[in-house]
Every structure is written in C-alpha cells, then in structure tokens.
Design a protein around this ligand. Sequence first.
Ligand SMILES: *Cc1c(COP(=O)(O)O)cnc(C)c1O
Length: 360
Amino acid sequence: MNDLVAKLINENLIPLKPYESARRLYSGGQDWLNANESPFANDYRVDSSNFNRYPSCQPKRVVDAYAGYVGVSPDQLIVTRGADEGIELLIRTFCTPGKDNILICPPTYGMYAISAETCDIGVKTVPLTDGFALNTEAICDQDDVNLVFICSPNNPTGTRAAINDVEKVLSHFKDSALVVMDEAYIEFDSEGSWVDKLSQYPNLVVLRTLSKAFGLAGLRCGFTLASEEIIQSLLKVIAPYPIPEPVAQIAAQALNKEGLARVALQVETLNNHRQALKSQLANRPGITLVGDTTANFVLFRFEKSQALMAYLVENGMLIRDQSKQLNLKNCLRATVGNEEQNARLLTLIDSFIEQTGVSA
Ligand SMILES: *Cc1c(COP(=O)(O)O)cnc(C)c1O
C-alpha cells in the first residue's frame, strides 16, 4: 500500500475490502440470476427541462406516491439511494462510532454488518435457529444494542419472521433500540408487512426498495418508513441532494396507478415462475430446497455446489454462492428469472448432474 494512504486511512477500514459484485467478477455472463433483480425492464420517459437545477432533497411527488402506496403519512418516510443508503443512514444517525452496536441474525443480508464496520460500529450476532426462525430469547439477552436488523422475507433463506417473535423483540427493546424490518422483498409476500404497525410501535422502522419487485435496481431508490421523529433525525444526516432528478421522475412513474398495476402483474407472474422453479429443482437428484420461498429466489443445497457454480459460470449462467454464510454449507441461491432463463438453469443443472453422475 502507498505509504501516505496507509498512514492516513481511517484505521477501521484497513481490514475491509472493496465490494465485489458478481458483475465485476464475471463480465462475460449472459443470464443474471444472482442478484434477485426482476427480469422485467419497463419503459420510462425523462424530461430534461430542469436538469440545470439541483433536485429536491426529498422529491414531493415520490414521497407522496410512496406514502399513498403503503398507507402512511408523508412525514413518516424518507427517500434514499436504495435501501442500502437507508441502512447506512440508520447506523450513522443512531449509533456512536467506537461505542455502540447493532444486532444481526445470520444467515442474512450482508450490508448491515458492512455498513456498521465502515462506521466503526460493533456487530452483535444472534444466529437464526435451525429452522431459520428468530432466536428471540438470545436476541433479548443482548442489551447493549441500538439497532436490531430483521430481514423478512430474509435474504438468502426466503423465510418470513414469525409475527409473535417480532412483537417480542419490539416490546423488549421499546425503550432501548430501534427494530428495523428489512422488507426489500415484501411485494412477493404481501401479507407479511409491518408497515401497518408503525403507529403501534414507536421503535419500529421499515426498509423498502424499488430494486426488486419494481424492476428498478439500476435506479437506486429506496424508502425508510418510521415515526416522524425518527425520519426527522435521518434528515439531519442525509446528503442535501441524494435523489437525482431523473431518478425522481422515473420513481414517480413507477408508483403511479399504471406502474403499480404493472408491478402487481409482474409479481404474480414471478410468483408463479417461482413455484414452478421450486418444484422442478426439488425433483433433481441431490438437490434439497433450503429455507422457504416467500421472495423471488430459491435457495438449495447440493453437495457439489462449487463444481456446479463453476459449470454454470462457464456456461454464462450466474447464480449466487451462499455456502460461506452461517449454516448454509453447499447452498446456492437462484433468482427467479423469466421462463427461458429458469428453463436454461434447469437444463444446465441436468447436464451437470448427467456428466458428474450424482445420484438421488
Ligand atoms: C437487495 C436488498 C437490499 C438493497 O436494496 P437497494 O435498494 O438496491 O439498495 C436491501 N435489503 C435486502 C435484504 C436486499 O436483498
């Protein structure tokens, strides 16, 4: 490392590595079933007549549209550069570096720990149980935490957190910590949302995004929903112009009546494809489904997972290796794609099994 850089760099960043997206690693691929994106790319119009002006910090038409969509007041919501920025804002706003902790329940989404580490915030870990349920007793034993992150549907297990368990956690931490429900995949599990409970639990926060069901991962637009006091605190920390004007225009279109109707149809289609992919995968010799499928992906265990991954990559098909996550040895996660992509994945798995002779 360059001496000056080594001398100056924030010490807690030294062990960290730049994020490596699969796309950076395998630029030659063609089928991307690795990042839980939607296979649908919808059309939008952009009006450039105000691009010479700074955008609004919180574009009103987007705030109002999303508030209307989920049924909260516009002061209970902040628009961010993806849900990932919401995670980081919560950590920067509600944790003091070198002193405070967050709590996570692995196997789960990686950005909670990454954001905490870059901010010099401690990470306490209470693993999910064998059936991927919250270990509420162990969670409630952790007194020294400011934020509890619960992902439901959970990435990568596809499981929904039980209502009773979340209620226990919310009540236990009512005077000591915020409980953040990450609902990045909630459109695929419409019964599972906690948004309606915001008024009942002042320490509840809900994260949402346009990156998954809405098919707008390229847009970078997410939402944090919480009490007005929590939102006011986050507004102290967010950058002055976080939402580019073209993003605001496109998000507003995605959230209008037509956009919402289209997403509902696409979610229905993907949920049907998921059921098909799930039952077909379960029929393959040596494959065991793991967790549940309340989101737009399927997690499965396969003994030769590394060799299968390599074979798929060779053939331009990318899914996501989850085998390094806690309790997910030999597990791979496949995003539900369009019909052709799902069929191609199954065909490649079959030819791999045939070549290597895995038996049931
Ligand atoms: C994809 C994902 C996010 C990030 O969403 P962005 O809005 O694209 O930043 C957050 N949480 C979970 C669980 C995710 O899978």
